[in-house]
Every structure is written in structure tokens, then in C-alpha cells.
Design a protein around this ligand. Structure first.
Ligand SMILES: Cc1cc2nc3c(=O)[nH]c(=O)nc-3n(C[C@H](O)[C@H](O)[C@H](O)COP(=O)(O)OP(=O)(O)OC[C@H]3O[C@@H](n4cnc5c(N)ncnc54)[C@H](O)[C@@H]3O)c2cc1C
Length: 387
């Protein structure tokens, strides 16, 4: 299937990126998982290598590459087996910088995108609030215009890079009720009134997930991203790439679990023979591999449509819905093939299993995705790109 989507250049990029990860990332993952953070130094290295700006125009220090480089990037990042690390990099380049690149003006791009691509500044995207994340249109954090400033008050929670990032792309309410009152604004970490605390969580250990508080924060009006009141459609349009990415991550995690299980079941013996000779396990591996491969083909086809400019809201929701559920199922089944070792931290399945669980929650829960799909399928609702 690869030959339909990836050129020789993509594969060369894959090889060099894999070598880089094996040398500079893989040996450090246990430490970063333990420390509950990804160090700034590795963002700098990613920046030096050009990995933080794959789709950013060259004028801002990016590489301006096609979407399938991003696919290769994600596939290789997942092989490292640390969703916390993957999220630390992804929340910066795939969420925060994506908004600055798409909706930012020239001054904002010079101030945040250029150093962001170099890994000198780290960003996060803060939408979810303690009172709710699924219903984005009801968010409560207020930004009230007073002269040359917005005065921001409120709180965000579960934010990836929420503690150690330098700037926050925050969704705030600048207007009245509902979606049309939402705007995006860039808030610097060192502005007086910004504070954060780190949250303890089941998985994604190398990522600093934070709760952020805004207490009378004076944010210059020039930090507004795009137009006032357009925050909701800006957020929604980037959900397509986020959901495609999370679908791909799910499938890659499933494949990684299968790779681990295929190796382990070939080596482990029970009743005098390798356990991969037992039909119960062979058929399970065959079934899960078939489902994973079919889903990968669907996701690749969607990336192609996305690259061609199709606004694939429903299909991206479908891909994330099924891809993340598949990941949970395959990781669980493969963990069980390791017997007791599957439950041990010294083996890779424990981390993979707990990291997988976030897939069906972040970037739109499975229930919210079913809502979107059913509204489009049953009520003939349609969505259009914001910019
Ligand atoms: C580790 C981690 C990292 C995250 N990173 C970020 C980040 O970087 N930035 C950010 O903004 N957010 C982030 N999130 C937040 C994430 O996007 C939200 O947790 C998610 O959108 C769900 O919101 P909620 O937790 O408030 O759940 P709620 O919205 O309260 O939902 C609770 C339950 O109700 C269900 N539900 C809600 N509405 C409906 C409905 N209409 N029909 C049926 N069921 C419904 C949901 O599916 C869910 O099961 C992160 C979360 C975690 C755990």
C-alpha cells in the first residue's frame, strides 16, 4: 500500500528521522516518563533538524512539505512508544503553531511561529475548561476589552504542555453566548496573573498536562488571533487534521502492539512449543492485523483527500472513532498475550496500553464524534472551512 502514497523522498525522510529518534530520543524515554516531562533541549534539537515546521512555509523557517511527510513523522514518533513524548511535541507543532501559522498575522508569526519552529519557544492550545470540554461553544473564560488590552479571567484544564510552555493559544469568550462569542488569543506565560499546576494522570507520563488559571491577565489587543468572534470555526477546522492524526496514532499503536506480540509469541514457550503455534493466539493475531491494515488504508486515503483540499469533517470523525477504539482493543489483546509480563513496567505493553486510553477522549470523545457523524448522516448538516 505504501507505494501509492509515499515517494522515495518520503522513505529517505523516514530512515533519517528513525535514526535520529533511535539515537537522541529512545534512550531517554524512561527518564522523561519518570520525570513527567519532555525537556526543552529536545525541542531545540527537533527545531535544528527542521522537524517542528514540516508544513510551515520556508519564509518562517519551515520546510513546506506535503502531508505525507507528517504521516511519516507520526508513524515514526509512535514507534518510540511514549505518547507523552509524542504529545509534548505534537501539542506544540501540531496544535499551537498550526493556529499561529493559519490565523496569525505577520507580527504574530515573527514573534511566535519563527522561534516556535526553531524550538526556542514552546506553545500549547488551551480550549478545555474545568466545567467542560466537549461543548466548546459554552466555554467561560472571559476576555473583556479595555482600551489596548483584553482582561482575561478564567481557567483551562487538561492542557498538554500546560505547565512548561512559553505561550498559550487560548480560546476565550470576547462576545455573548454561544459559538459566535468565542475568539482565540495568544497569552504569554510570563504575563502577570497566569499560573499553572501539573496534573497526575494514568498515562502520557512524559507530557506535562496542566490546569491553567488566568487572573486579571492584561493581554495586548494585538495578541488576538484572526478575527474576533471567529475562534469557534478556527478550532473546528483544525479538528480535521487533529482527528486524522489521532486516527493514525491509534492505528500505529495497534501495529506496534502487534509487532511486540508477534515477536514475543515466537519466543515464549508453553506446553513444549512456542505460543504462536496455538491456534487461539494465531487467529487473534490474524484478525487484529486484518482490522489494523484495513483501517490504515482508510486513513491513508483520507490523508490524500485532505492533501487535495477536501473538507472531510465526517470522514475524519469516523477515522478517529474507529482508529482509537481499535488501538484500545489491540493493545489490550496483545498485552494479554504476554501473560504476566504484559502487566510489568519492564515490558513495553503496560505503557502502550495505558497511553492508548486517551485516544477515545482527547480531540473529541467517541460520543461527540458519533454526534457529528449522525448529524451529517441523518440530519444532512454540513460544515465549511473557516478561512
Ligand atoms: C491527557 C489529556 C491531554 C489533553 N490535552 C488537551 C489540550 O492540549 N488542549 C485542550 O484544550 N484539551 C485537552 N484535553 C482535554 C480533552 O480534549 C477533553 O477531556 C475532552 O474534550 C472531553 O472533555 P471533558 O473532559 O470536559 O468531558 P465532558 O465534556 O464533561 O464529557 C464527559 C462525558 O460525557 C460525554 N458527553 C458529553 N457530551 C455528550 C453528548 N452530547 N452526547 C453523548 N455523550 C456526551 C463525553 O463523551 C464523556 O464521556 C486533554 C485531555 C487529557 C486527558
Amino acid at each position: 500500500m505504501n507505494q501509492y502514497y509515499f515517494t522515495e523522498e518520503h522513505e529517505l525522510f523516514r530512515q533519517s528521522f528513525r535514526t535520529f529518534l533511535e539515537k537522541e530520543v529512545v534512550p531517554n524515554i524512561p527518564k522523561w516518563e519518570e520525570e513527567r516531562r519532555t525537556p526543552r533541549s529536545i525541542y531545540k534539537r527537533f527545531g535544528e533538524m527542521g522537524y517542528l515546521g514540516l508544513d510551515v512555509p520556508e519564509a518562517y523557517g519551515g520546510m513546506d512539505l506535503d502531508t505525507f511527510y507528517a504521516v511519516v513523522f507520526t508513524e515514526e514518533m509512535i514507534r518510540v512508544n511514549s505518547s507523552g513524548f509524542n504529545t509534548s511535541i505534537g501539542a506544540h507543532s501540531g496544535l499551537a503553531l498550526k493556529h499561529v501559522n493559519a490565523e496569525g498575522n505577520e507580527a504574530q508569526k515573527q514573534k511566535y511561529l519563527v522561534p516556535g519552529v526553531k524550538g526556542e519557544l514552546i506553545g500549547c492550545l488551551a480550549i478545555t475548561e474545568p466545567s467542560g470540554g466537549s461543548d466548546v461553544a459554552q466555554l467561560k473564560t472571559k476576555a473583556v476589552k479595555k482600551g489596548e488590552y483584553y482582561i482575561v479571567n478564567g481557567a483551562k484544564t487538561f492542557i498538554s504542555n500546560g505547565v512548561y510552555s512559553d505561550f498559550i493559544v487560548a480560546a476565550v469568550r470576547t462576545g455573548g453566548e454561544g459559538a459566535s462569542g468565542v475568539s482565540l488569543i495568544i497569552i504569554d506565560r510570563d504575563m502577570p496573573g497566569v499560573s499553572a499546576n501539573k496534573l497526575k494522570k494514568l498515562g502520557w507520563h512524559a507530557s506535562d498536562t496542566g490546569e491553567i488559571h488566568f487572573d486579571d491577565v492584561k493581554v495586548p489587543v494585538e495578541n488576538l488571533l484572526g478575527e474576533e468572534g471567529r475562534g469557534f470555526p478556527y478550532i473546528m477546522q483544525h479538528f480535521i487534521s487533529e482527528r486524522l492524526s489521532m486516527a493514525l496514532i491509534g492505528i500505529c499503536q495497534a501495529q506496534l502492539a502487534l509487532d511486540y506480540a508477534l515477536k514475543y509469541t515466537a519466543e515464549r514457550e508453553a506446553f513444549g512449543r512456542p505460543i504462536n503455534k496455538f491456534q487461539a493466539l494465531r487467529h487473534r493475531l490474524a484478525q487484529l492485523s486484518a482490522e489494523t491494515m484495513m483501517n490504515r488504508a482508510f486513513v491513508y486515503s483520507l490523508y490524500k483527500r485532505y492533501e487535495d483540499g477536501d473538507y472531510i469533517v465526517k470522514e475524519a470523525a469516523m477515522a478517529k472513532l474507529v482508529g482509537t477504539q481499535l488501538s484500545d482493543k489491540v493493545c489490550y489483546e496483545c498485552m494479554r498475550m504476554f501473560g504476566g509480563y504484559g502487566y510489568m513496567e519492564d515490558y513495553p505493553m503496560a505503557r502502550l496500553l495505558r497511553d492508548s486510553q486517551l485516544g477515545t477522549i482527547g480531540g473529541g470523545t467517541s460520543e461527540i464524534l458519533c454526534e457529528i457523524i449522525s448529524k451529517m448522516m441523518i440530519d444532512a448538516k454540513s460544515y465549511k472551512a473557516a478561512v
